[in-house]
Design a protein around this ligand. Structure first.
Ligand SMILES: NC(=O)c1ccc[n+]([C@@H]2O[C@H](COP(=O)([O-])OP(=O)(O)OC[C@H]3O[C@@H](n4cnc5c(N)ncnc54)[C@H](OP(=O)(O)O)[C@@H]3O)[C@@H](O)[C@H]2O)c1
Length: 303
């Protein structure tokens, strides 16, 4: 099968399409998925550059990618929840397991797989798993009561954009922070109640919680005394101050959680945004585009 293989750590040019052995049969508790699309995420760029090499048992040559949407082509003998032909999505913790999704066929344990939302294209569904689970689990960690106010930084990004929508669904009032006034309409359309433009004008000590996705530790200044902050950017975690509880959230594989997110897409309460669909051979370009910033919606790689 064809896959985008990272030959050695380095720049985007280290990604190339190669023929690699196709997984032949699934594990007893696993499924094989024929990929419709794999999404590109910041972690893929970080892994490619070797930034996670110290923490990961997986080494090049390897296949990158955490997000996949596709069709089940085989199921293991112990799997009851999926059948051949099902359209599914999954988030694979590639850095830990080596099971990358930039490949024509992906073999995954069935318990991290979920039905693909039926109301959007299968390719666009690839934008849901990693960003959606990150936003959902970070909001769980934030644990704000209904009616509380949350500041979401990087609100127009993949995690931020879904976090804004999920926070509203949890009955939170959302203050969305964006880099530029050009993004204001988009975050309001996602459900933001208030918008803060740029990083120099955080309101002081007025929100109950912070969900930090943009690497802006100073945003903690907006949190009230004894409030809560959760960061998904482990390299730029806000320092605790004024009794504020600060935590880092690392996304975990979660089939049932992903299934719940898919249901929200299908009932119209969660909107997915696709920036561009590119071919596997354009993986270096996709990495350059994401690194350059300004991408709104997911970059998807199609076999
Ligand atoms: N802990 C975890 O498990 C976990 C999971 C997923 C992601 N992450 C991390 O979370 C971060 C966000 O991921 P993502 O997938 O949402 O990335 P993304 O789609 O690239 O979104 C990041 C957003 O932040 C914006 N941003 C950057 N600097 C900003 C600033 N100063 N003010 C306002 N907005 C700013 C970007 O805007 P521009 O495009 O204009 O730069 C972009 O919209 C990344 O660092 C990623 O590595 C962590």
């Amino acid at each position: 099968m064809r896959a985008v293989v990272l030959t050695t750590y380095g720049g985007p040019e280290r990604l190339s399409v190669s023929e690699v052995p196709e997984p032949a049969v699934p594990d007893p508790d696993g499924v094989l998925i024929r990929t419709a699309a794999a999404a590109v995420n910041p972690v893929d760029l970080q892994t490619r550059a070797g930034l996670h090499a110290g923490r990961s048992a997986v080494r090049p040559p390897m296949i990158l990618g955490w997000d996949v949407a596709g069709t089940v082509t085989a199921v293991g003998e112990d799997v009851t929840g999926f059948r051949v032909g099902d359209q599914v999505v999954a988030m694979s913790a590639q850095m830990a397991t080596g099971r990358g999704t930039y490949a024509e066929t992906v073999a995954l344990p069935a318990d991290i797989v979920a039905p693909a939302p039926a109301t959007v294209s299968l390719t666009s569904a690839a934008g849901l798993p990693l960003a959606g689970l990150t936003a959902r689990q970070a909001l769980d960690a934030l644990a704000l009561p209904e009616g509380a106010t949350v500041l979401v930084t990087g609100a127009v990004g993949s995690v931020g954009g879904l976090a804004v929508q999920l926070a509203r669904l949890r009955g939170l009032t959302v203050v969305a922070q964006v880099r530029s006034a050009r993004d204001e309409d988009e975050v309001r359309a996602l459900g933001a109640d208030r918008v803060v433009v740029d990083e120099a004008h955080f309101p002081a000590a007025c929100v109950d919680g912070l969900l930090e996705t943009a690497g802006l530790p100073q945003a903690i200044g907006a949190v009230r005394d004894d409030g809560r902050a959760v960061s998904v950017v482990p390299t730029r975690v806000p320092a605790a101050e004024r009794g504020i509880h600060v935590a880092v959230s690392y996304v975990e594989q979660d089939g049932p959680g992903l299934s719940a997110l898919g249901s929200l897409v299908d009932d119209g309460s969660l909107r997915l945004r696709t920036a561009k669909e590119l071919g596997f051979e354009d993986a270096p370009r996709a990495h350059r585009l994401l690194a350059a910033g300004g991408v709104r919606g997911k970059l998807l790689l199609l076999p």
